[in-house]
Write a protein that binds this ligand. Structure first.
Ligand code: GLN
Length: 510
């Protein structure tokens, strides 16, 4: 049995556990062994076999007592920006090396062992996943602990900032993982690694215990192989958390798997998406998008048409402005959020210093990597007196206009579709000396982030070099069920999401 365990997605593993064909301890052991054999991918930053097995035993005991939450005993892993009691948390930064939180993030607790009267779904944490430092990046090459690699081609980036999450799922080290998306960090790595990811509506999942990057944009979500698996994970992750995150939405937790198999109301089984209008923003299909990505996305859209959906042209005229607006707002918020790492309360403190100011300066210079320092500088600049109106306020006004573009577009359609990123995954190091070129590659994910809208990445074939391409679906606020339904119906008739990279057999790299 243990040889095939890694082939199972979340739903399959859940069914095997429920039927008693495998125990959580067995599944956890098998996957941990696989994680060890694939250390060269750089997907994990921390594993602790004893801690995972303790959680697995607890899950098996809960099941023996008659509980049957679908995720009970399913091994998953968390992006290293979620704080965890049983594992260290670094956010990919030297600043937090060795840090251990006294509590679990709300999302971790809800998926796992619970907290404060919430029982927790009982999933087991296999470890913590690599990411760009403080979630700033698009290639996982800004991690202080080395890059994560793309299992489809280890010389390529897995995307970022949740690169470890996408790589681990694609390499079949774990059936599902958490990620966070501030400007694309769930959708883009999912696309680059050929797996499925959903960034929920801003506020759907609590941010409590997520190491903050840009608080008005940060949102947690799952990365897994399929829309069904994402729905299972999201059902446990989402829900209000009013005492701990005032921006968490006052919407009850729900079962996102409900109705996924049904045709839309009034549609037939053969054309289950009949009546669904999918808007294609002209700005997403221009010259900026490479031909291989366009071809895969167009072919996926043709499949949606066969499923009964109608394609309509829409416009998001301020798309281009999303890049300057985001790269002012996100650093501004980051400069404020990262002020807490001052070497005093927690985090890295320089070993030698002359006085207090020197201690701050040295601790922060040693603890933060180049990209984080760059963003703190930009953020501090755009918030400073005299520049605030010219940059930060202007960016906020553009953000509003971008949100209005979507509102107008959604008068003509139910979902918006396009590419996730302009190209397939690039080579590690390719954009290292040119941060701007990485920022520009965020063009298709930033608009939904600025508008707080839910967005998905769905495997849609392969492009240059045999590398995966993702189709992006964007919905109106709270339209996660509609997104997951459309993606699931697409996945019933396609098999892109079931393809595994050949390199999954690849072990430690030189
Ligand atoms: N690439 C974007 C950035 O660097 C998005 C990162 C994210 O979503 N966390 O900010």
């Amino acid at each position: 049995m243990s040889t095939e365990l890694h082939q199972m997605g979340v739903a399959e593993l859940a069914a095997a556990l429920a039927a008693g064909r495998v125990s959580s301890v067995e599944a956890t052991q098998a996957l941990l062994q696989r994680v060890r054999a694939h250390e060269g991918l750089g997907a994990f930053l921390a594993v602790d076999e004893a801690a995972s097995l303790t959680q697995a035993r607890a899950a098996d005991e809960r099941r023996a007592r008659g509980e049957h939450n679908p995720l009970l005993g399913v091994p998953i892993a968390h992006k290293d920006v979620f704080v965890t009691r049983d594992f260290p948390t670094t956010a990919g930064s030297r600043m937090l090396a060795g840090y251990r939180s006294p509590f679990d993030a709300t999302v971790v607790a809800r998926l796992g062992g619970g907290a404060d009267g919430h029982p927790g779904a009982g999933a087991v944490t296999l470890g913590k996943l690599n990411c760009d430092e403080f979630a700033m990046g698009s290639g996982n090459d800004n991690s202080a602990f080395g890059p994560a690699r793309n299992p489809w081609d280890p010389a390529r980036v897995p995307g970022g900032s949740s690169g470890g999450s996408a790589a681990a799922v694609a390499a079949r080290l774990v059936p599902g993982a958490t990620g966070t998306d501030t400007g694309g960090s769930i959708r883009q790595p999912a696309a680059f690694c050929g797996v499925t990811g959903i960034k929920p509506t801003y506020g759907r999942c609590s941010r409590y215990g997520m190491v903050a990057y840009a608080s008005s944009l940060d949102q947690a979500g799952p990365i897994a192989r399929s829309a069904l698996d994402c729905a299972l994970l999201l059902s446990a992750m989402a829900g209000p958390d009013p005492d701990r995150d005032s921006t968490s939405l006052d919407r009850p937790a729900e079962d996102y798997t409900r109705g996924l198999d049904e045709p839309l109301p009034g549609a037939s089984a053969g054309r289950p998406l009949q009546g669904l209008r999918i808007g294609l923003p002209t700005e997403f299909f221009g010259a900026g998008c490479s031909a291989d990505v366009q071809a895969a996305v167009r072919a996926a859209l043709a499949e949606f048409e066969r499923l009964g959906a109608t394609l309509v042209d829409v416009s998001l005229p301020r798309t281009e402005l999303a890049i300057p607006a985001y790269y002012i707002i996100a650093p501004a918020e980051a400069s404020s959020n990262l002020g807490r790492y001052d070497g005093v309360r927690y985090g890295h403190r320089a070993a030698e210093y002359t006085d207090l100011l020197d201690m701050y300066r040295r601790s922060r210079s040693e603890g933060f990597g180049a990209e984080v320092q760059r963003r703190i500088l930009i953020g501090t600049y755009v918030l400073s007196h005299g520049y605030y109106d010219a940059y930060y306020l202007k960016a906020q006004q553009i953000r509003r206009l971008i949100a209005e573009d979507f509102l107008r577009a959604f008068e003509q359609c139910d979902l918006i579709a396009g590419p996730v990123a302009p190209t397939v995954a690039w080579a590690i190091g390719d954009k290292a000396d040119d941060p701007l070129s990485a920022y520009l590659a965020d063009i298709y994910t930033l608009p939904a982030s600025l508008a707080g809208l839910p967005g998905m990445s769905v495997p849609a074939g392969f492009g240059a070099g045999g590398l995966p391409v993702g189709l992006q679906l964007i919905g109106p606020h709270l339209a996660e069920p509609r997104l997951l339904h459309a993606a699931h119906q697409f996945q019933r008739v396609t098999d892109w999401h079931t393809r595994a990279p050949a390199s999954v057999t690849l072990s430690r790299q030189a």
